[in-house]
Design a protein around this ligand. Structure first.
Ligand code: GH3
Ligand code: MG
Length: 308
């Protein structure tokens, strides 16, 4: 990995230190650095509001904030930008605490030598890139490229919190490919895999920008519909069901169909209770002949409602 240019936010209230650091980055042949200086935490936060940076070099002793609080506030404003902390003392403990608070690395001000300073900044950027790649991969289903169960769990909790805070309706569903075993039996595992990928893609394309589809099992997908009423839900489910039905798979002459079970999410629900209600509706859709959508009402003991 190589870096040609960086945008650095230098959060430093001391003019002499700022001048020195700016000179170090101007002299290096490692890369081209554009430096924007902030002289306080509030100045840094407002600069982060309007521009993005590759790395933040942060002095821990600022006029309006001291120590680790600066790291926490900057992390909150810009969670994916790496922070290198400059500690005014030689206490290692401060550095370790800075890393525990979310900084990528720390340098004592006594160590601000040319090579060390530029190298630490570049390494922090590279490590952060790798970290983000790993984090993203851990939330993606490797076969289909869509979200995986872990990402689905995170999104569910996020949407549950939003629904509770804003009072907006929120629904979830599970879609499962019908008679998938016979697709495998007829065309082998490769055909089966191809069908899973195509269905994942078509469900993903059918989602509105705010929705999410995740692969949560072999041929099973979870759908999350934020800010969606039961009335809207019925037609959304039908769109998903039809989109799968219209798929044409090379080398497979039969229709691909999915059954979908869904439910409205209550504020008292958690991930497990909401999806198990959707699962009950899915079973009922399968029992009733497949290629259909059902909604399990959230309030019992009403029976599930067929909508297709
Ligand atoms: P139903 O209509 O009731 O959903 O029946 P089905 O045949 O779709 O479901 P069943 O649970 O009987 O079979 C699912 C099969 O999917 C069994 C398993 O071997 C296969 N499978 C699970 N994961 C994968 C995968 O990643 N790729 C392929 N090709 N097959 C898979
Ligand atoms: Mg199935």
């Amino acid at each position: 990995m190589h870096i040609e240019s960086i945008r650095l936010l230098l959060v430093e209230d001391n003019d002499l230190d700022a001048k020195y650091i700016t000179r170090v980055f101007a002299r290096t042949d490692m890369m081209q650095a554009t430096i924007v200086r902030a002289t306080s935490l509030s100045d840094a936060l407002s600069k982060l509001e309007v521009a993005s940076f590759d790395v933040i070099l942060l002095d821990l002793g600022l006029p309006d904030s001291n120590g680790l609080q600066s790291i926490r506030e900057i992390r909150e404003r810009s969670p994916s930008t790496p922070i290198v902390v400059q500690t005014g003392d030689d206490h290692r403990e401060t550095g370790f605490q800075a890393i525990a608070a979310g900084a990528q690395d720390f340098l004592s001000k006594n160590d601000l030598k040319d090579h060390l300073l530029t190298r630490v900044a570049v390494h922090a950027i590279l490590r952060q890139k790798q970290l983000i790649e790993v984090q993203e991969a851990s939330l993606r289903d490797s076969m289909t490229g869509i979200a995986n169960r872990r990402r689905c769990d995170i999104e569910f909790q996020k949407q549950l919190d939003i629904a509770a805070r804003m009072g907006t309706p929120f629904c979830v569903a599970i879609a499962d490919i019908d008679h998938f075993k016979s697709i495998n039996d007829c065309g082998g595992h490769d055909l089966g895999d191809r069908v899973i990928k195509e269905v994942a893609q078509v469900l993903h394309n059918t989602c509105r920008a705010k929705d999410m589809v995740a692969r949560i099992g072999g041929e099973e997908f979870a759908l999350i519909f934020p800010d969606t009423s039961i009335d809207e839900l019925a037609s959304l489910l039908q769109m998903h069901r039809r989109s799968a039905e219209q798929l044409e798979i090379e080398g497979y002459d039969h229709n691909i169909t999915v059954s979908i079970g869904a439910t409205y999410v209550l504020s008292s629900d958690d991930n497990r209770s909401a999806f198990s209600r959707a699962d009950e509706a899915l079973y009922s859709a399968k029992d009733d002949g497949r290629n259909q959508c059902k909604i399990q009402p959230a309030i019992r003991p009403v029976l599930s409602t067929q909508i297709a």
